[in-house]
Write a protein that binds this ligand. Sequence first.
Ligand code: KG4
Ligand code: ZN
Length: 353
Amino acid sequence: MATPPPSPLVLGIETSCDETAAAVVGGDGTILSNVVLSQVSEHAVYGGVVPEIAARAHVRYLPQVIAQALAQAEVEIADIDAVAATGGPGLIGGVIVGMTMGKAMAAAAEKAFIAVNHLEGHALTVRLTHQTPFPYLLLLVSGGHCQFVIVHALGRYERLGGTLDDALGEAFDKVAKLLGLGYPGGPAVEKLARTGDANAYDFPVPLLGRAGCDFSFSGLKTAVRLAAERDAPLAAQQKADICAAFQQAACASLEDRSRNAMAVFRARCPAGASLVLAGGVAANQRIREQLREVAETAGLSLICPPAALCTDNAAMIAWAGMERYRANLLSELDAEPRARWPLEELQPLQAES
Ligand code: KG4
Ligand code: ZN
């Protein structure tokens, strides 16, 4: 006889950007299924995500992606305890599709419904993969977000700083577009950087040496554009050199900003032991290696979820849903999808008595 699935079970749905994803996760941290259908090919011709195309693709693919996630987990909707869907922040058309589907399934099967903040999904992934205890310092770096957050407890997030202009993933994507490397840019830039000379170009390190935990990447992006225009047409080696120099400057900025953020974290939470790297850019090996050194020098260990759980996926949404389900922090069926939903706004849900 087959072993029974772990209990409780949460079905997660993620549709806030250009991944249509569904996953089933167990209360013991088992990922029973994690289906991610990337729409990359549908957006590649435009060099970025087109919101309406994304929303239509979610409508088209989500039913089959959910069916696949349930089938791979070898469970039926009746076996699920709660349905967790991304309720924002993100491209609103996609969020509406996923949330409406999640609500409908929860209502029809008489299950709990949880609207999950996408950023909370990224923030808590490390508790699914590494059982990391609170508090920890999170550096969330993705296509849409770039921020330091102290994760004090479920629902209690303190933002220490964020980007003043572009997110780092966005800067990687723009550099890739400029060099004709296609979309998404991060993996392409990282790959080409391996064969480049990082010292062939001298790009500025944004905010280097300044106080605070904010980021800025638009100046670096402009410096890359000016260099590429000056040296056009670019030879293959020059493109590799630009990628390497850009990545080096971006890394140096992350290191510098992380030192400041870690100092604040250590002062606020002396018992905290970890710097957690999450979001799509956390898939970058060079960034991981450099931040590991900086964290260790500051007496913290760097923890990164595996790359497949750093980029957008539904296992992280299911897991955040699991933590909320256990804490009885459920959503009503009239919960509204939100294009903008800062993590700090979750705090009232967890108000301490
Ligand atoms: O978390 P994510 O999948 O979606 C958002 O919520 O934004 O992050 C996607 C971003 C893209 O900008 C992509 O270029 C970047 O993460 N990215 C990388 C790498 N892999 C993905 N950036 C740098 N190096 C990588 N290896
Ligand atoms: Zn994301």
